[in-house]
Structure formats: C-alpha cells, structure tokens
Ligand binder design. Structure first.
Ligand code: SAM
Ligand code: FES
Length: 353
C-alpha cells in the first residue's frame, strides 16, 4: 500500500508511470489512496485554473446512429428508442438560449446520423461562428473521414470529442460489433489532432470486460496521446442493450481515475460528466473535488432530452431541465468553486498567471 502513495508522489512530480505502475495504482484504490490522490489533483488543478470551472452547453443534435455499440442506449438495433434529429433552426435556437445564459462553448453531440452531411454541418458551424464569433464550437459526432474532419475544421469547429473507449484492441472488440474497428478509432483521433483540433479522448469506467490492465493502458494512452480534453464517466447499464445484465461502473473508481488523470496532465480539460451525476446525486460536485474542471449542462430542447438516453435514469431530462445552468452553478458554488463565462480553452501553467 505504501508503494501506492509513492507512485502518486512520482506521478505528481513526473506526470508519467510505466504500464505496470499504472496497474498497481489502480489495484491500490482505497479510501486513503483516493483521498491522497484527490488532494494532489486539486492542488495541481488549482495551480493552473484556480477555482474556475468551465461550462459547455451540450446540444444533443440527433439520437439516430448507424452504429451498434453494445453498451449504448441509442444503438441502431434498439427499436424501443424513439428517434429524433434537430433541424438547423433548433440548433441555432438552443445556442441562442445558451448564449444568453452565459455559455461560450457549444458542444454538438449525436449519433452517426447519415443526414449530417458535411454540407449541413458546415452550414450550421458557419452560422454559429458568424453569430457568436467569440464562442468555441466542439463537435462530438463520431468517426468521419479525414476530409470531413477537415471541412468541419475549416468551417470553424475548434474542438472534437471522440472517446477512444478503450486502449486495448481485444477489449474494444468485446464492446463493439465486427464492423467497427479499434484501428479506425485511433486513426480518427490522430487525424483530428493533425488537423489542429483541440481533441478529447476518454472512456467509460467499469465498462464490461474492463480490467485493471486495460485501464492502465487507457492511462498510458492518455499520457502519450496528450489530449486537450478527456471525458470519463461510469459505464451505466441500459436495459435495452446486449449488456443489460452487466453491472454499472463505480463512483469511487471514477473519482480516483479523475484524480490520476489530473496528475498525468494538470492542464487537461476534464469534465465531471452527466453519468457521474447520474450514479450519485452529488457525483458532479465530487468530480470537481477529485480534480475535474468542466461541467456540461444540457441545452437540448426539453422535448428531446428523454430520447437521448444512453443509459437508464439519465439526469436532467425532466421538467426541471431548463434550470440546468442555475442548478449546476449552485452545485459548483456549494463546494467552493465558481462557474466562469469564458470559452474555456486549455491553459498552460505559464499563461494562467
Ligand atoms: N457518436 C459519438 C461518438 O461515438 O463519439 C458521440 C455520442 S456517444 C453516445 C458519446 C459517449 O457516450 C460514448 O463515447 C460513450 O463513451 C458514452 N456512452 C454510451 N453509452 C454509455 C453508457 N451505457 N454508459 C455510460 N456512457 C455511455
Ligand atoms: Fe452510436 Fe451510441 S451507438 S451513439
């Protein structure tokens, strides 16, 4: 156990460990080691971001998807999922509401919907950029060709979130059908980086067949790929998927990994995710206290929120949803942090002063 504290000291100082050491760190999770890691993570984040927490307005633009990821509630084969797609006007309306609430980043997320052609997306991005030049646009629309990513980048998209899901090929193949490939996912991430996007990777904690070894590979991948953002949250079971019998991931391990990832890179944009808020009523606050520095309130029209159900019991889908920003602001303030109205780009240690 002593060794785990030493590994955390080394990670704080050097920001890297070997694969075996990451695995030992994960196996060494206890109340004491988690507290120790969180304390260091908060210190590291504080040095770069102070008490600031960035917000992103999440607009879930379609739940139509050609893929069949075994864990995902909006997978193509889920015939019980009621499908929707926002129009350009819906997206612009959601952004306008978000702008007036103080959002300076819009995240357009959705399934791999064939109707989202480059022409359609370029038009939406250009409109958003013309209306709100000081805002950042993040896309999270899955795997596309390099040409497509380039067209969207040229139109003005700043950031792209594409969780790698797992850095272990065999594990990847247990989570996805044969027509999806680990190599293509990794190639997409590389292409996005080459095109100058601020790239986000990430994974679900406790996804079926995950082991401490596959998690160690995720950590090594994050260390080496050096993304600008990293989205992690617990895997949560959805009743209408092939994994309906698989248990959800744990709050404790997610928080511990947030702290470890913060120590790998103190400048990372690290969200306390909706899945974390779903697994525990105070999950997002706990995420901030473990080292996260971003929250992503939902800006989607209330009428579609319930339909973007990646997992059971997702929060912020009822009538109270219009209050997402107010509610999150209060929650963040309750633990001593403050939400800022800013694009919220990644800072480095030197430009944070
Ligand atoms: N289609 C895009 C993509 O593939 O990146 C974006 C949408 S996808 C639903 C966004 C993320 O939701 C996935 O990367 C996955 O990690 C997460 N997700 C899907 N099903 C989940 C579940 N059952 N529990 C927790 N997270 C889940
Ligand atoms: Fe495509 Fe989940 S299977 S978004």
């Amino acid at each position: 156990m002593n060794n785990v504290f030493k590994l955390l000291d080394r990670l704080e100082a050097e920001h890297c460990l070997t694969l075996d050491e990451y695995e030992a760190l994960i196996n060494g999770l206890s109340k004491e080691t988690a507290d120790y890691a969180a304390k260091k993570a908060v210190k590291a984040r504080q040095a770069v971001y102070g008490n600031d927490v960035y917000i992103r307005g999440l607009i879930e633009i379609s739940n139509i998807c050609k893929n069949d990821c075994y864990y995902c509630g909006i997978r193509n084969s889920n015939k019980k999922c009621e499908r929707y797609r926002l129009t350009k006007e819906d997206i612009l309306d959601s952004a306008a509401e978000g702008y007036s609430l103080g959002f300076r980043t819009f995240v357009l997320q959705g399934g791999e919907d064939a109707k989202f052609t480059d022409t359609f997306l370029v038009d939406v991005i250009k409109n958003l950029k013309a209306l709100y030049p000081e805002c950042a646009i993040t896309l999270s629309l899955g795997e596309r060709s390099k040409e497509s990513y380039k067209a969207l980048r040229d139109a003005g998209a700043d950031r792209y979130l594409l969780r790698h899901e797992t850095a272990d090929k065999e594990h990847y193949e247990k989570l996805h059908p044969q027509n999806m490939s680990f190599e293509n996912r990794m190639e997409c991430l590389k292409n996005l980086k080459d095109l100058g996007y601020q790239v986000g990777c990430g994974f679900m904690v406790g996804s079926p067949f995950q082991t401490s070894r596959t998690l160690a590979k995720d950590l090594k991948f994050i260390e080496e790929f050096a993304p600008a953002m990293c989205g992690i949250g617990p895997y949560l079971t959805h009743k209408d998927t092939p994994f309906s019998n698989m248990p959800s991931g744990s709050l404790e391990l997610t928080l511990y990994l947030l702290s470890i990832i913060r120590l790998i890179d103190p400048t990372l944009l690290l969200p306390a995710t909706t899945a974390l808020g779903t697994i525990h009523p105070k999950g997002r606050e706990m995420g901030i206290l473990a080292g996260a520095n971003v929250v992503m309130p939902n800006l989607s029209p209330i009428s579609v929120r319930k339909k973007y159900e990646l997992y059971d019991n997702k929060i912020c889908t009822g009538d109270e949803a219009a209050e997402c920003k107010v509610c999150l602001t209060k929650r963040i303030e309750s633990v001593g942090y403050k939400i800022v109205t800013a694009r919220g780009d990644r800072l480095t240690n030197s430009n944070s002063e």
